[in-house]
Design a protein around this ligand. Sequence first.
Ligand code: CO
Length: 139
Amino acid sequence: VFSRIDHIGVAVAEIEPALELYRDGFELTVAHREVVEEQGVEAVLLDVGENHVELLAPLSPDTPVGKFLARQGPGLHHVAYQVDDIDATLQALRQAGMRMIDEQPRTGIRGSRVAFMHPRATAGVLTEIVQPAAGAGAH
Ligand code: CO
């Protein structure tokens, strides 16, 4: 069950110019910043009320976000829905025949567990499900 939108992901070439817009221009608070080697990105989470914007800059051109930028330039990258139990959600999605990029959860930002659905199965929107780490759920 999707309980709410956790964040929207925005692909950028470099973090610092994007922070000038989102942190300084929009006056959003930086909640977290992390290099996620497993996903090949540097990520920054900014608070927007109970939700977040996630800025994603690729660590190299041959990463998924690097390829996205080469293909279509910076912009909206994905929408992430929060769930309480990602294992149960993945099982239900598989049983529903949903095409997944990740059959098993992998490590996301702030120790969360995440999985991506295939955009061809989700009307062209790259869709992430995220189970926050214990203690990070009430942000
Ligand atoms: Co995300």
